[in-house]
Design a binder for this molecule. Structure first.
Ligand SMILES: *Cc1c(COP(=O)(O)O)cnc(C)c1O
Length: 398
């Protein structure tokens, strides 16, 4: 046995945290790190949020799991609330983002099947996409590094360049069922689709009877300053996958759809053992209590702008390290002028946690509850980390 008893699939940082408080992660020796990674956009309300702790422990004392053989009131309630605040009419709960995407892809295929078009099963996706690590979702994501060595790619996915709507139009065939897109790519490097592009995708879908599917697993649940990123564009999808932030750290996801899009998902067609379990539903409802409270999302927007302005000043000061700042709300990215792994490690040396992403970006996805003072601390530390990588002459010239 080499190393540990774990699969060697993760290149882990040599850090081990014992507990968390808000935006802080604390090692056993008391060392505190500012968590701007947020468990990769999962810890939407930070660590040990009292309302989430109360919701989970109260539910834990009553009922953990019963399966979907019976009614689960928390599930109905969370579904109703998601429906009330989105384009959707129907919700299917899962345990992860990839499973939410699997449900979305199956929903699109079944929609055409029950409408007399079983030949329509293909989905168009965009380069740089990330939709998960199951066999179907690596095929949807289309990234060679995730597909290599896993046998034939699951059939039914056609990829076009990022934000190339003409290419998407050309890729439509009589077998196309849907177009799948992250309104703001996370793993792909904090790249958003312009509103105009999303509008054109909506028109393409309407004209060709395709389903428009959004993956908001990372950019949803208040991350960009709206409950869902698609709201910025005014373009509604037919199907949407969510996960990460809705669970606040408890594993859960969901697939949302209009009545029409979900029309093929009838009894027995799809299922899950754990999805929508009472513990997950208690936490998901508690996350919404906070995120939907008056003024919460306005604060995310305000804090996001403040953070982005501070980061832009750092990029201006150290252009040999940081090229540009991307993103909106509390979904921000440093487009690096040197390898992003180096920049991320320099931040870690300053006890700030970020997440490397594609396109040579370091992502910052802090808990949405971060305060302006904590953002200031973050900016000071990020500046120190970035400065440590800048050539001495450039820093001295300032
Ligand atoms: C993380 C992520 C997924 C996959 O979610 P898992 O819970 O890891 O399966 C899918 N899509 C996007 C946009 C993501 O960021």
């Amino acid at each position: 046995m080499s190393g540990s008893a774990l699969y060697e699939t993760f290149a882990r940082a040599p850090l081990s945290f014992e507990r968390g408080e808000g935006v802080w992660l604390i090692e056993e020796n008391g060392e505190r790190y500012l968590d701007l990674a947020g468990g990769i956009a999962v810890n939407s309300l930070g660590h040990s949020h009292p309302h989430l702790v109360a919701a989970l422990t109260e539910q834990a004392g009553k009922l953990w799991h019963i399966s979907n053989l019976y009614e689960i009131p928390g599930q109905r309630r969370l579904a109703e609330r998601l429906v009330e605040h989105t384009f959707a009419d129907k919700v299917f709960f899962t345990n992860s983002g990839a499973e939410a995407l699997e449900c979305a892809i199956k929903t699109a295929r079944r929609y055409h099947y029950v409408n007399g078009h079983p030949e329509r099963y293909r989905t168009i996706t965009f380069e740089g996409a990330f939709h998960g690590r199951t066999l179907a979702t690596i095929a949807a994501g289309g990234q060679h590094k995730y597909l290599e060595g896993f046998g034939p790619k699951v059939e039914g996915f056609d990829q076009v360049p990022f934000d190339d709507i003409d290419a998407a139009a050309k890729a439509i065939t009589p077998e196309t069922a849907a177009i799948l897109v992250e309104p703001m790519q996370g793993e792909g490097g904090i790249r958003s689709f312009p509103t105009q592009s999303l509008k054109r995708l909506r028109e393409l879908c309407d004209k060709n009877d395709l389903l428009l599917m959004f993956d908001e697993v990372q950019c949803g649940i208040g991350r960009t300053g709206k409950l869902f990123a698609y709201e910025w564009s005014g373009v509604a999808p037919d199907v949407m996958a969510i996960a990460k932030g809705i669970g606040g750290g408890f594993p859960m996801g969901a697939c949302l759809a209009t009545d029409e899009a979900a029309s093929g998902m009838t009894a027995g067609v799809h299922g899950t053992t754990f999805g929508g379990n009472p513990l997950a539903m208690a936490v998901g409802n508690a996350v919404l209590d906070v995120v939907l409270a008056d003024g919460f999302l306005d604060e995310v927007k305000r804090k996001g702008l403040f953070f982005k302005q501070g980061l832009a000043a750092i990029a201006d000061e150290f252009p040999t390290v940081v090229d540009d700042i991307r993103g909106m709300g509390l979904m921000l990215g440093l487009k690096c002028a040197m390898p992003n792994g180096k920049v991320n490690a320099a931040l870690r040396d300053q006890k700030v946690l970020g997440v490397p992403a594609g396109d040579n970006v370091v992502r910052l996805l802090p808990p949405l509850v971060i305060s302006e003072d904590e953002i200031r601390i973050g900016l000071d530390r990020i500046r120190e980390g970035v400065k440590s990588l800048a050539p001495a002459t450039a820093a001295a010239a300032k």
